[in-house]
Every structure is written in C-alpha cells, then in structure tokens.
Design a protein around this ligand. Structure first.
Ligand code: ADP
Ligand code: ZN
Length: 516
C-alpha cells in the first residue's frame, strides 16, 4: 500500500471544506483513521460526523466505503460532497447508474462510495471491493448493528465478515445515539478495540430544555409559539396531527407547513426547501423529518408528544440551534403517551422487552424529574455534568417536592374499589366526596374511600395520576378508564415512596383546565 506522505488534513479542511479548524473530537477521530486504527465515534447530531470520514477519504489513497441505512440521507450527503468538489456516488436500488459507478470505483475515480448494508454484504459487492483500493470503511448510524439500540437492522450484522476480509482497512463506526450497552455491543459486533471509542461532548449549552404536562386543545402550542420567534419544528405523534396542528398555527397568521412520510416526494422536497429558506416558518412533522437537513438556525423544537427514547429526544432536539445561538426545546407530554407506550410493550418480542421497558422508564424519570434536565440527559450519555445548568425549566424554577405516597395509596385504592374502569374525573369525585347520579347509582358514595381526600390535596390528584401512570402504577383501560398497573403493589404495600412536584398555583386554582 502506498500511503501519501504526510497528507495535511488541515490543508484539506481549509481548501476543500472552507473551515478554519476542526471541532471537538473531529481531529482525534481523523487522526486514528489516518493511522489505520479502528474506531467508534460517538458524537451528537450536528457535531460534524461526516467530516470525520470525508477528510481521511481525501487524505488516504483509495475510496472510502460509507455504509448508510437511508438512501435519502446518502443522496443528501453526495450532493453536499459534490458541491465541495468531492467525488462521491452511491450504489443503491434507487440509482440507475450503478454499472458506471462500479466502473469509476474500479478506476480509482471516487473519493466516497455510499452503499446500503444489505448490498455491502453481497458476494458481488465483495468481488468489486477486491478490485479497487479502499481508504476506509465508514459505518454510519452504527447503533443499527445492536439489538440494544433503538433501531436494530439485521443487515448490519452481515457486515463483519466483509470488514474482516479487509482487516487492514481502518473501520470507523459513527453514531449519535448509543447508551452504554449499545456502545459495548457496537465495539464487539464490528471488531473495534475498547480504546478505539471516542466520545464527543454531548452538551448543547445553547439549548434550553423545558418539559411540561400537555393540556388538551391547541392553546398550549399557540401560547408557546407566540413567544418563540424564528423558524422551528413541532414534532407531532401522527400524520393527521401534523396536518391539524399546522392548520391551527396557520390560522394564527404564522407561516406553517407539515411533513410526513405519507406525502409524495415532490411535496416533501418543496416544503423542506421552504423551511430551510425561511426564518419564521413552523414545520409540523412526524419524526420522518429532520434527518440530513442542514438548517443551522432552527430556533426551537417542540415535541407535542412523548419521543420514543431519551436518545431520540436528544437527537430531535439537537436539530435546534446548530449555529450556537440560543434555542429552545419544549416537550409536552400526556399521560396517554405513557399508557399507550406501556400497552404497546405487550406486543414487543420477549428478548427486547427489558430494553424497551428501560427506555420508557428513563423517559418517565426525565419528564417527572424535579432537577436539572440537562444533567439527566448528559448522565444518560455517560457524562458527569454539574448538578445544575441554569438553562432549563427546573434550574430556573426549582419545583417544590411533596411526598404523595399516602395520597397515592388513596388514589390506587379508589381506582381498585370503584372497579378499575372509571376515568380520573369519577375517581376524583369519589375521593373528594362529591356525589352525583352516577356515583349514587353505583353505590360509590358508600365506599370507604368516599371523601377521604381533603380539598387542599384535591388539586394534586390529577398530576399524581399522571405520575403514577408514567411509572406503571396506574394504567389505562381500553375505554380510557384507570386500572392498577403492574407497579401498583409496591406503593400499596408502602415499599415505594411517591414524590412529585407540587402543582403550580395556577393548576391549583383551575382544576378544570387540565385536560388529561
Ligand atoms: P452530524 O452528521 O454529526 O449530525 P454533519 O456532518 O451533518 O453532522 O455536520 C453538521 C454541520 O456542521 C454541517 O453543516 C457541517 O458542514 C458543519 N461542520 C462540520 N465540521 C465543521 C468544522 N470543523 N467547522 C465548521 N463547520 C463544521
Ligand atoms: Zn438545568
């Protein structure tokens, strides 16, 4: 192998990319690749992962093979690489010029060749690899190799024999989302030594985090948007919700669009281009939106429902404020998000159940936490942050915590004694001793739990029900009623304490405004 003498990676960075210097851990990662070492780069979204393989692709002899799970993502990357004068191509089912690309590759005319994992492991592609010079293997979205990850793709498991066949070629696995179990698995699955892992700082100090319970109706998002200038994204849980919310926003006079996988490609491309250009547009989208979009001045990301995991939350909020200017991340969560997610756990294959449960519990802990949101996020990614950041809702307004264990036992008993089929409204009336026809007809006014909650404690019942549901102590019935959840026992037996943030005074005054 003839290695170019001392290729200057700084010169490439300046000349080809026009950047004055490397960011964060980029240089460390690139240094390892240049020395021919295998590595895993764990870098948050927006940290500049692509550069970590693009620069060595130019500095080393041969072509960099980039394994990537999404054709749309590949094509975006090829377009921007082309704009920088890098020779990049992909071989996928969506490309019509695969033969020409193979020819260019064999002739050493490509810097980057993108392929999907299922193609990379075919005998035909391996034969092609034998006939050209390979600079490195970049394995993008490397968490897909792990069953622990949130996005397991069996095709990634087929890569190892290919990599091992070219054992002297440095491999660089890249991901933005890997908890400790997933990281260890990536190293093992891809044959990367433990000291080859480079973790870049996950902190995004310019993003302010705020997490609040969702109220019913469109008011809450409208109120938020009224004080959030600039362009931003609202992530909605369903296609229909994206369209509904976008229409509501448009009615307030703000530029708004919606995006989901059900739109035809032209429409998607048009609305995406509109968003990238705009300085005030609100894009209401499913999580299909955002990957590979280069818009540094996204000023806010609002989640109208619970994200899939802390990793997903971090990645989605990470699309805000890439320019380093102040940006905001707001999560609105509802008790129904958790009850639905817990119901869905019932259909998960047994071997994935523990991981999915842990994911949901981490989310519950994040949304309910009385302390610094940033610290929770960063600890999740293996960092040791200071206890307070000063730039999240809880740091700014530390909630007062109350011990609600006793009240939780009363609430759970009332749910149980009324037959585990009524909603919180009915249970609340029973507990606070308000009779109505339904209550007397069922004899619920004669239960031992009737009227055992004082008027002072009454406003805590709904937030408490939310907390108990998030923690699996309550669950939703098919008809929207409440029943005991699998974790209820430990509270009823007094083995587990339930603390929660004291509801703000506003909530105490108008109980009716809480929709969930
Ligand atoms: P990731 O894949 O980690 O989410 P990208 O590779 O898409 O991030 O890079 C995010 C943005 O940062 C891009 O606009 C890229 O051009 C820019 N970028 C990357 N490295 C640098 C650098 N060293 N200096 C300035 N900008 C950079
Ligand atoms: Zn904080």
């Amino acid at each position: 192998m003839n290695v170019v003498a001392n290729p200057d990676i700084h010169e490439i960075l300046r000349r080809t990319f026009g950047f004055p210097g490397f960011r964060g851990q980029q240089e460390a990662v690139i240094g390892r690749v240049m020395r021919g070492q295998h590595s895993l780069a764990l870098m948050p979204t927006g940290a500049g992962k692509s550069l970590c393989y693009q620069v060595p692709a130019l500095a080393r002899n041969g072509t960099a093979i980039v394994i990537s799970p999404l054709i749309a993502l590949m094509h975006d990357q090829i377009r921007s690489a082309g704009a920088a004068g890098i020779r990049a191509a992909s071989m996928t089912s969506a490309d019509t010029d695969n033969a020409a690309t193979a020819h260019a590759f064999r002739n050493g005319e490509l810097d980057l060749l993108y392929v999907a994992p299922e193609r990379a492991s075919t005998p035909g592609f391996q034969a092609l690899l034998e006939r050209a010079e390979i600079a490195l293997f970049a394995i993008d979205e490397a968490h897909c190799v792990s069953e622990w990850g949130h996005d397991f793709r069996p095709d990634y498991r087929m890569l190892r024999p290919v990599l091992d066949r070219f054992a002297h070629v440095p491999r660089l696995a890249l991901t933005a989302t890997a908890d400790p179990a997933t990281r260890a698995d990536i190293l093992r699955q891809l044959g990367i030594p433990e000291d080859g892992m480079i973790i870049a700082g996950f902190d995004r100090p310019n993003i302010r985090y705020a997490i609040t319970p969702r109220q019913s109706g469109p008011r809450q998002i409208a109120d938020l948007l009224a004080r959030l200038p600039g362009a931003g994204i609202v992530y909605a849980p369903s296609r229909k919700a994206t369209e509904d919310i976008a229409a509501q926003i448009a009615r307030t006079g703000r530029e708004a669009g919606f995006y989901h996988a059900g739109l035809d490609p032209e429409r998607r491309a048009a609305v995406q281009a509109q968003f990238v250009r705009s300085e005030s547009m609100v894009m209401v989208a499913t999580i299909a939106f955002g990957m590979g979009i280069d818009k540094p001045d996204v000023r806010f990301v609002i989640h109208a429902g619970l994200p899939k995991s802390i990793e997903a939350y971090y990645q989605e909020t990470g699309r805000a404020g890439r320019d380093g200017d102040p940006a905001e991340a707001h999560l609105l969560w509802g008790v129904s998000d958790f009850s639905r997610a817990r119901q869905w756990l019932g259909d998960v294959e047994p071997e994935r159940l523990a991981g999915e449960q842990a994911r949901l519990n981490s989310l519950a802990a994040l949304v309910e936490a009385p302390d610094c949101r940033r610290a929770i996020l960063l600890r999740h990614f293996g960092e040791h942050p200071p206890a307070q950041c000063g730039n999240c809702d809880n740091c700014e307004n530390p909630p007062t915590m109350i011990d609600a264990s006793e009240l939780a036992r009363k609430l759970l008993s009332a749910v149980y004694r009324t037959g585990q089929s009524f909603g919180i409204g009915h249970v609340e009336k029973v507990l606070t001793g308000q009779s109505d026809e339904r209550i007397t007809a069922r004899g619920h006014d004669r239960l031992s739990v009737f009227g055992i909650v004082t008027p002072q404690d009454a406003p805590v019942l709904r937030p408490l029900a939310r907390t108990l549901t998030a923690r699996g102590m309550l669950a939703a019935t098919e008809h929207g009623g409440l029943m005991l959840g699998p974790q209820a026992r430990s509270v009823l037996k007094g083995e587990e304490a339930v603390t929660l943030a004291e509801p703000p005074p506003k909530a105490r005054r108008s109980r009716k405004s809480r929709g969930e």
